[in-house]
Structure formats: structure tokens, C-alpha cells
Design a protein around this ligand. Sequence first.
Ligand code: SAM
Length: 233
Amino acid sequence: MLSDRLQMIASFLPEEAIFADIGSDHAYLPCYVCLNNLSAKAIAGEVNDGPYQRAKRTVESFNLMDRIDVRKGDGLSVLQEDEVAQLVIAGMGGSLISHILETGKDKLGSVERIIAQPNMDAMAIRKWFHLNNFELINEKIIEEDGHIYEILIADKGIPDIPYSEDFIQNEFLFGPFLLQEKSEPFKQKWVIEKEKRERAVSQMKKAKSPDYQKISQFESEIQLIQEVLDHGQ
Ligand code: SAM
């Protein structure tokens, strides 16, 4: 049975998906999608040998070798130009996901949708989308087995709304759709994030030469988070 997190990601792929799952590990996601949709095709990319071998074994066990190509390599380097229409990168940090997107830009020509599930630092991905003409069209936040996961979905295209700088800062941090919805997992996440920053500030203040710039950044984020938790947007 596929995790709720991966099922949620799968639900944002179109019926006739032709997609890449980068950092696929066991290749559970492409197998699930291809088993449920006979017209879907996928490339499962893996940089590490262990997960690459695992991905191949799962694909072979479902006899899906003609529809899922398992490839070994770093990020988007496993793709040819114009090979896929959707891209999934899940289960890594937001800065690594943004780095993979940035260094693989030449492979994004045919990509209409990117689904990213960062384990942390979703802000880096929202910023990357914004700077690279991918419009965030939806976001989900779910809790599973004590972890909170954010899923960001962006389609190629420039957003109609002219964002102001202030607006961008808040929306980048919290996520525009998640901020609107303010679900229970969202509140849980930001309570935890606020506590993390409070602990960090108290540690930093004890340092011999405190980094006042970082402290001030955390303190304003703590205030911002508190406002969001108290009042909505
Ligand atoms: N995507 C799956 C999921 O969400 O359940 C697996 C996530 S697993 C925690 C992260 C996987 O990404 C690992 O198997 C790791 O080897 C792979 N990975 C990390 N950096 C990568 C890169 N630059 N290119 C391809 N795969 C990478």
C-alpha cells in the first residue's frame, strides 16, 4: 500500500502522465502510477547505487520494464531534452530540490508540471518557481506517521498577479495556498518551526560573538509566525 504522501503526489499527475521521478528510491511512485493507469510512462532516476538497484527490482517485480525506465545519474542528467511532461522530486530538502531544478534547467523545455515534496525549506522551491516561470497552482500539507509533509504543484507559466515584495516574503515562507487554508497540520508545523527558532535564538545569544543579523531574522520570523497562528494571514 502506497503512503498517503505518495498517493497525494500521484493524484496531481494527469491520466496520460509521461513523467520523471527523480530520487525515486524503491520506485514505488512510478509503479503505483503505471499500475493504476495503463497509458502512463515513467523514468525513475537515482543517483545512488542501492536505491537504483531497489528501483530496478520493484519495476521488474511488477513487470513494468516496458513503461518505467530506471536510470542511474545525478538529478535531471538522466533525462534527454523534451522527454517528459511532468516531473516529481520528493523526499529531499528544498534546497537540494531547487539545486536539481537549477542545474537541470536545460531538461525542462517540455516539462509542463513540477510536483515537489520538500522535507524542509519549501521556501527555496517557491522562490525557484517564481524566478523560473513556474506558477504555483496548488499546495497540500499532510501529516503521516508523525511527520508533516508539504507538496507543491507548479505549472509552466507566468502568474497573472503582480506580487509585492512583502506579499512575496510571507507567501514564500508559508505557502499561499497553505496560508489560505490554515489546516491543522499547517498549524502544527508552524508551532514546531516557531519553537525551533526560539531555541536557536536562545542558543545564539549565548555565543561569545552572537550573529545579530541571524538573531534579528529569526526574531522577525517568530513574530510573523505568531501573527499567522493568532490571526490568519
Ligand atoms: N522520492 C522517494 C520518496 O519520496 O519516497 C524517495 C525519497 S528518498 C528519502 C531520497 C532519494 O533521493 C534517495 O534514494 C537518494 O538516493 C535520492 N537522491 C538524492 N539526491 C539525488 C540526486 N541529486 N539525484 C537523484 N537522486 C537523488
